[in-house]
Design a protein around this ligand. Structure first.
Ligand SMILES: NC(=O)c1ccc[n+]([C@@H]2O[C@H](COP(=O)([O-])OP(=O)(O)OC[C@H]3O[C@@H](n4cnc5c(N)ncnc54)[C@H](OP(=O)(O)O)[C@@H]3O)[C@@H](O)[C@H]2O)c1
Length: 301
């Protein structure tokens, strides 16, 4: 009988954490590994990305991500899943998994697509069913992006948004174009950033303004993950630490001072990607990975 109950408990555990197996208990201070933004708010260094997830999948995966410990969720108006993301968050709050103030939610406005960026902020709040958004970004450069940034600043003043930033601005010049018209310096630049395309120079430049680089495509994105996971150095570190290549890459991202938001619709992967707080890469290993940079992007937007 005792054996039977043990089996049930093990089955439930595997069901929650998937084939990646036992998650060690993670020290609380490591789960709360965050960076303080120039806005004064804390942002977790590891989050969950929701691009390509439809509303139902997003609801399910966001709820699961919060359950396994994530406190940063990334969405965008363009993804069409703010409603699902909002539902997953609400369900987690209602179930006592996390309080609203412990969760950091990012959304984005695409310039050019909307007549009124102010109304778009309200629409995002409505879709997400939230009183405020932690971070709102201009999704990418566009003909009226400076006007969109001013709307984000109005959103901050109105208490609808806490921190603001930009996405897909890759050079100091791109960054300065927005900073120079801003009354609030961007807190975050969210860019494609992975082992083969490292935002080192931009990171060094924006650091002066207290701005943080957040990495989209930490694994190269769908269809490219093998090119990143099969890298020999990543493979050998995975072996050394008994971790997966994905976990080595996320550990590198965090230690390099980036915020990373891996995306997934696979619960085993979602749990695995959060299990990176029980080991540390050495300075030499960090440099080895830094040396993999080829300045090669997978996308061109
Ligand atoms: N600002 C922007 O313009 C922009 C652009 C792109 C993305 N983003 C944001 O950045 C997030 C991350 O980008 P992304 O999701 O497109 O790409 P990604 O995180 O680099 O890679 C996602 C791919 O990796 C796979 N994967 C995830 N964890 C894995 C693991 N542990 N082992 C093996 N495979 C794994 C996923 O497959 P499974 O689903 O099977 O796990 C999926 O195919 C997005 O979700 C979005 O929130 C922003």
């Amino acid at each position: 009988m005792k054996k039977f109950f043990m089996l049930i408990i093990c089955a439930a555990f595997v069901n929650i954490f998937g084939a990646c197996g036992a998650q060690k208990e993670v020290p609380q201070e490591m789960i709360n590994d965050f960076v303080t933004l120039n806005s004064g708010f804390n942002m977790p260094r590891l989050g969950f990305g929701t691009w390509t997830l439809d509303d139902d999948t997003a609801e399910d995966c966001v709820y699961f991500a919060l359950k396994v410990g994530y406190r940063l969720i990334d969405t965008a108006r363009y993804y069409g899943n703010e409603v699902g993301v909002g539902r997953g968050i609400r369900r987690a709050i209602d179930d006592g998994i996390a309080k609203r103030e412990e969760i950091f939610i990012t959304s984005k406005i695409m310039p050019g697509n909307y007549n009124s960026p102010d109304a778009t902020i309200d629409n995002s709040l409505k879709s997400l069913n939230l009183d405020y958004i932690d971070l709102m970004l201009i999704h990418q450069p566009g003909y009226n992006d400076e006007e969109v940034y001013r709307a984000l600043e109005r959103g901050v003043k109105a208490g609808k948004i806490r921190s603001i930033g930009i996405s897909n601005y890759y050079t100091p010049r791109d960054f300065d174009r927005i900073k120079n018209i801003a009354t609030i310096v961007p807190a975050v630049v969210q860019n494609e950033n992975h082992i083969y395309y490292q935002n080192n120079e931009l990171q060094a430049y924006v650091k002066k303004f207290g701005t943080v680089i957040e990495s989209w495509y930490p694994f190269g994105g769908r269809g490219n993950t093998k090119k990143i996971f099969s890298n020999e150095i990543i493979q050998s570190l995975a072996k050394k630490y008994s971790k997966s290549p994905a976990q080595i890459i996320l550990r590198w991202q965090i230690q390099a001072g980036y915020v990373a938001i891996p995306g997934s619709s696979n619960k085993n992967h979602i749990a695995e990607n959060f299990n990176v707080f029980d080991f540390r890469l050495t300075a030499d290993e960090m440099n080895l990975i830094r040396g993999l940079n080829k300045n090669r992007r997978f996308e061109n937007w």
